[in-house]
Design a protein around this ligand. Sequence first.
Ligand SMILES: [Zn+2]
Length: 419
Amino acid sequence: MKTIIIKNVELNGEPVDILIEGNIIKRIAGYLPDEADVVIDGHKKAVIPGLINMHTHSAMTLFRGYGDDMPLMTWLEEKIWPSEAKLTHEDVYWGAKLACLEMIKSGTTAFLDMYTKFSSIAKAVEEMGIRAMLSSTCFDFFQPEQREKAKTHVNKLFAEMDNYDQRIQFALGPHAIYTVSGELLQWLDWFSKENNVPVHIHLAETEAEVQYSIKQFGCTPVRYLNQLGMLSSRLMIAHGVYVDDEEIQMLADSGVKVVHNPASNMKLGSGIEFRFAEMRKAGIPVAIGTDGCSSSNNLDMIEAMKLASLLGKGWRKDPVVLTANEMLFAATRQGADMLGIKAGRIEEGYLADLCLIDLNLPAFTPNFNFVSNLVYASNGSCVDTVICDGKIRMQNKRVPGEDEIMERTAAIAYNLIKK
Ligand SMILES: [Zn+2]
């Protein structure tokens, strides 16, 4: 089995040596002999678990900066949907490669995705060497024929899962309550229970969605899913900006998990009063995501941690809530637990998914409190080395093949908007 040893790296303020054997963190000690296939010098570096981005649309890197500062529906109808309709498997593959590249460069080793062309995204993730739980976006627009098509597609994708590396996981991805009928949502919930796979949905994201829900279904989005019998520990909701006290209790009682996307909520003007602290207090697992690159423009989870904390402090006028440590927990352990993977911690027996942070930077000087500097002073560019599944995916800030990925993806993106 291949071994890696990281010498003299800072873990919780203490220098340690870390031995990785295969894809597992085997030993952590003050000193270990440097007998390994690869020895990494960890001097002036700190180790953290690989970050976990719990909500994105990976291939939307292709639309980064294409139509910003527009009203949501105009932007979707004039820019995004016409371009997405032209996407080929090849386009999505390169878009997802660029997303993985950007994630690796900013310390992310696993993500929860929602997009189309599942197999091409899976291929990109496999090649880039990180982990992903992929959900294929599912719509029926309340049309029975579309519903049957969606079911057939889900069955087909699920049946193909054996073709992929164990780093790829499956989830169901109903887009939202205004694009997916109650019948299809209930079928997906049945499928999820039957096959023990998670469901990932956008929910309670905007005021418009809440108004729509009240008008169409006679109640708010969380209550609507409750009526459909969909609230369960298999459900992961992205956004959840609009939830009242009673809904928080419903989510907590049924074990639903929530993903906060601060950049997207601000940029799209969706709303800022995400009730992170109340949800945590009620016992709801809350993780952090960036959302896609056309609504947050980057996939930097260090920036997302900072925004989640500052936004929550800001709207409450309370500097004590949402500490740097809580943000790091949400972006590592919490995400790993939601994905059901033994990662998110630097401990013996855990998956070797980790990053080395370059401490030789102004953002880490002085270094009274490493986690504070990481969350509040730094950004994704402080990541020097990334190991995922026991393999080096980036070293000295270079990812193999990165120039080609950027060139190819840019060419595809320029072409797409000309088509
Ligand atoms: Zn989204």
